[in-house]
Design a protein around this ligand. Structure first.
Ligand SMILES: [Zn+2]
Length: 215
């Protein structure tokens, strides 16, 4: 199976990618991981990417797509299938990816958009509390600590990460919707889009993904 996962922060994409890897043996491929590997190995594309990142600039599409093409060309991808996460982010990247996959003779099984109401994301992420000491994660509604506001393990007062403040979450959602809508429309127009209800429990989301995608 070869698929792309699209979804807002807090929708549980990471959980689904882990389940798909564990149960179907698919390779999770994220542009972030590829960047880090290429930069670490100082490949020509990695060196180029780093020069942009060091200047605080976006890595241009041709560099990103070159790295992606290199990764997708490897044998393990052909043997196991993949889950792309975090790529493509724009229609230009989606078109380039189509070209890369066609060139490699790899068709997509589908593009999974995990959708959830913004208010649910705000509640899920906004209710998260972290222990600054041990990193334990709680949720005021779904996984509260035994003593309100304190870590079960070490008793340290819990905190909200800056990323999880409501206004920050709403801003991230706005950016997500603006940048992702054209990509979703692109795959919809190509008849490759599968919409999945992200408000369900993770197991149900997983079931819906594997049921609606062709093997
Ligand atoms: Zn703790």
């Amino acid at each position: 199976m070869r698929l792309i996962l699209i979804g807002p922060p807090g929708v549980g994409k990471g959980t689904q990618a882990a389940l798909l890897q564990e149960r179907l043996g698919l390779l999770p491929i994220s542009s972030g991981d590829i960047f880090r590997a290429e930069i670490r190995e100082q490949t020509p594309l990695g060196v180029m990417a780093k020069s942009y990142i060091d200047q605080g600039l976006l890595v241009p599409d041709d560099v990103t797509i070159g790295m992606m093409q290199g990764r997708l060309s490897r044998n393990d991808v052909r043997e196991k299938g993949f889950i792309l996460d975090g790529f493509p982010r724009t229609v230009a990247q989606a078109e380039a990816l189509d070209g890369v996959l066609a060139h490699l003779g790899l068709g997509l099984s589908g593009v999974v958009a995990i959708e959830v109401d913004d208010e649910i994301v705000v509640s899920r992420l906004g209710g998260r509390r972290i222990c600054p000491n041990g990193g334990e994660i709680y949720h005021i509604l779904t996984n509260p600590p035994r003593v309100e506001g304190h870590c079960d393990v070490c008793g340290t007062p819990l905190m909200t990460r800056p990323d999880d403040n409501e206004s920050t979450i709403r801003e991230r959602l706005k950016v997500y919707h603006n940048s992702t809508r054209p990509v979703i429309d692109f795959y919809q127009a190509h008849d490759q889009l599968v919409r999945v209800d992200g408000s369900q429990e993770p197991e149900q989301v997983y079931e819906q993904i594997v049921t609606e995608l062709p093997g």
